[in-house]
Design a binder for this molecule. Structure first.
Ligand code: S3P
Length: 434
């Protein structure tokens, strides 16, 4: 599919909806299962209707882990994993291709940096542009050894013995934190990571649920090597970052009453809901329960009149993936919104400050790019236009949601990338055509 067209003002977001399983938890379920020498069962790893809709991202992780000796089987939609422990992976015959997935590239670099063989890591054109020095530098301080031009992919991990030690996490990146945690599990000594900006904490929660080798004390994460893992399985809840597109669609379109089921409600992931509520969004969380250490529940959304907001500092890592869709909400809110301290957005699948601003401008939004964010003057309505996904799943889906409220037709070139995190996104959106 080269292009998709969305006819504005023909949608009604009434009814209920499931979204795909959480991508971050899915990656970690696979990585942690790889440390378990016994069998681990992962349920709801893929979109439940069709396991072939496993996103490219997860294929990247499964394929890379299979290449280093982890065994996978799929039975009745569940994935069964037989791992190898923290130090007994085997050398891949070929390059480990992480596709479009920054999480796979960073986490596998951590996992393999303390092994006694060489590994080569690569990815697609977008991933080759994204920085790897954020993991290479701290892993080198731990004793790892790497060869990469420009500190980006392709990257060679050389055989090394990791020492452990005490490290400051200043970036607010869960990928970096998780890479260091996986590295620390194969080190010689204890490692303490001091987190100065909160970021998503699934790796810590999931490991705490299956081993005593990771402890969290305030903002310190203490890891002792050679974990003994006691793990039966993981059940992956729905992805709040995918739900975010339908939540904003529900808020912006008239007469919505939308019920999104089984969403991961981890506080480090749903800060965007807090922000949208502060903007006046009618969003309710119901039917909460705990599944595998994570809070899970349903989200109910009603059409709302939104007001402007300022988003800055420590809240940025907690809603980093939702900023494109929040920018659309700000564009149609009353007043002037500001997003600052968000330079990390320039290092995602596309430069998301530039791509969000350029596409929303095409739709008539009053939005200006700044060095580290954007300034958005809310307007009453937008109009359809021809837009580009920039091969970035979150930009494609943000434009599609904008298209539902725009006057006339919005087209998206290269829309297929939505399946990186949300297979069947456009079909699910179409289910809400009036
Ligand atoms: C992710 C962390 C975030 C996020 C990405 C997934 C993860 O990246 O943008 O989509 O699963 O750890 P950073 O932690 O590097 O900001």
């Amino acid at each position: 599919m080269d292009k998709i067209e969305i006819k504005g003002e023909t949608y009604s977001f009434k009814g209920s909806l499931d979204v795909p399983a959480d991508k971050s938890i899915g990656h970690r379920a696979l990585f942690i299962s790889s440390l378990n020498k016994d069998m681990t069962k992962i349920s709801n790893l893929a979109s439940s209707e069709d396991v072939r809709t496993i996103s490219d991202d997860l294929q990247s992780t499964i394929k890379c882990l299979a290449d280093i000796g982890v065994q996978f089987a799929e039975i009745k939609g569940n994935i069964f994993v037989r791992g190898r422990g923290s130090k007994e992976f085997i050398q891949s015959e070929g390059i480990l291709n992480c596709g479009n997935s920054g999480t796979t590239a960073r986490l596998i670099t951590g996992l393999l940096s303390g092994q006694q063989f060489e590994s080569k890591i690569d990815g697609d054109d977008s991933l080759r542009k994204r920085p790897m020095d954020r993991v290479i530098k701290p892993l080198t301080e731990m004793g790892g050894s790497f060869s990469a031009s420009d500190n980006s992919l392709p990257l060679t991990i050389l055989p090394s013995v990791l020492k452990g030690g005490r490290f400051d996490l200043n970036l607010g990146s869960a990928q970096v934190k998780s890479a260091l945690i996986f590295a620390a599990l194969s080190a010689e000594e204890e490692t303490t990571l001091v987190e100065h900006k909160r970021s998503r904490n699934h790796t810590e929660l999931m490991l705490q649920g299956c081993t005593d080798n990771l402890k969290v004390n305030g903002n310190e994460i203490i890891i002792t090597p050679n974990p003994s893992i006691n793990l039966e399985g993981f059940e992956v809840p729905g992805d709040p970052s995918s739900a975010a597109f339908f939540i904003v669609a529900g808020l912006l379109n008239k007469d919505s009453e939308l019920h999104i089921k089984n969403i991961c409600l981890n506080q480090t992931r749903i800060h965007f809901i807090t922000i949208l509520k502060e903007m006046g969004g009618q969003i309710e969380i119901v039917d909460t329960k705990k599944i595998g250490g994570e809070e899970v529940g349903d989200v109910v959304i009603k059409s709302s009149h939104l007001k402007s907001i300022k988003i800055e500092k420590d809240s940025i890592p907690l809603l980093i993936d939702e900023i494109p869709i929040i920018s659309l909400a700000c564009s149609l809110a009353e007043g002037k919104s500001e997003i600052i301290d968000a330079e990390e957005l320039r290092l995602k699948e596309s430069d998301r400050i530039q791509t969000t601003v350029s596409e929303l401008k095409k739709l008539g939004c009053n939005i200006q790019e700044t060095k580290d964010g954007m300034i958005i003057e809310g307007i009453e309505g937008i109009k359809g236009a021809e837009c580009e996904s920039h091969n970035d799943h979150r930009i494609a889906m943000m434009i599609a949601v904008a298209g539902t409220v725009a006057k006339g037709t919005t087209s998206i070139n290269n829309p297929e990338c939505a399946s990186i995190s949300f297979p069947n996104f456009y079909d699910k959106l179409n289910n809400f055509r009036k």
